[in-house]
Design a protein around this ligand. Structure first.
Ligand code: 6GU
Length: 242
């Protein structure tokens, strides 16, 4: 998978050199390039923003540097990449969206700052990109960089080979709509707290039943909003099995 990120703070994306994503890059599974938006300005001050027409608070990102940056990225590919513009008004990121994005072979992130990017850029970008606006949730961040990091991490780990043990992708929160069961490791007794007896029993059937029950209880207690979808997913699994 190829990923390009355009930002006025390229250093914000430095963590993508670390851990599993860093390794996937070194292994050639993910080809990731970060571009400094200011490289596509031509004035002495490398200006990327200006005051909003119509008045109001804050600054708006100018269209010209964005157009040049997007042209630069588009010129390096024959495909039609997905352009993700992070913003609080976008589609909420969830596991289904992460799975959908993981099937694309080229993602481009346009990280806005200030009050946002001149609206005409969205229309301009649609010539060369499938444009998607993606939000992390109902709260406000200062810019798209943290959101780009979150989307990239959620997507990249679904790219085949990025996670060594593919089993860990299956038994995960949100994959079937239920939260994960609690996990324990050694020591068996710690600070007056013991590991549940069933996990030491060696009875795989009992363990599986206990874990499933824990997942249901946890989801009901912490994220009851997930239960209808989990029930639908469970019914579909049953239908496939029979
Ligand atoms: Cl994707 N961007 C910004 N600026 N704020 C957000 C967000 C994104 N998601 C939630 N809040």
């Amino acid at each position: 998978m190829r990923i390009d990120v355009v930002s006025i703070f390229p250093d914000y994306l430095a963590p993508l050199d670390l851990s599993l994503i860093g390794k996937a890059r070194r292994d050639g599974l993910i080809e990731l390039q970060v571009h400094d938006l200011r490289a596509f300005t031509h004035d002495r001050h490398r200006t990327v923003d200006d005051t909003p027409y119509g008045g109001g608070a804050g600054m708006v990102m100018k269209p010209e540097p964005w157009a040049e940056a997007l042209d630069h990225v588009a010129a390096q590919t024959d495909s039609r990449p997905t352009l993700i513009i992070p913003g609080p008004g976008g589609q909420r990121l969830d596991q289904a969206l992460a799975r959908e994005l993981a099937r694309r072979d080229h993602l481009v992130f346009a990280c806005g700052r200030y009050e946002g990017i001149d609206e005409r850029v969205y229309d301009y970008a649609a010539r060369d990109f499938d444009v998607r606006i993606v939000s992390l949730g109902d709260y406000v961040l200062n810019g798209g960089e943290v959101a780009a990091l979150a989307v990239i991490e959620a997507v990249a780990r679904l790219v085949p080979g990025v996670i060594g043990n593919a089993d860990s992708l299956v038994e995960e929160s949100h994959e079937d709509g239920l939260l994960e069961y609690p996990v324990y490791t050694k020591p068996e007794h710690w600070q007056g707290r013991s590991v549940p007896e069933v996990l030491l029993s060696g009875d795989h059937g009992r363990i599986a039943a206990w874990r499933h029950e824990q997942r249901l209880q946890r989801t009901a207690a912490r994220r009851p909003d997930l239960l209808p979808r989990a029930a639908a997913a469970g019914a579909e699994q049953l239908a496939i099995a029979v």
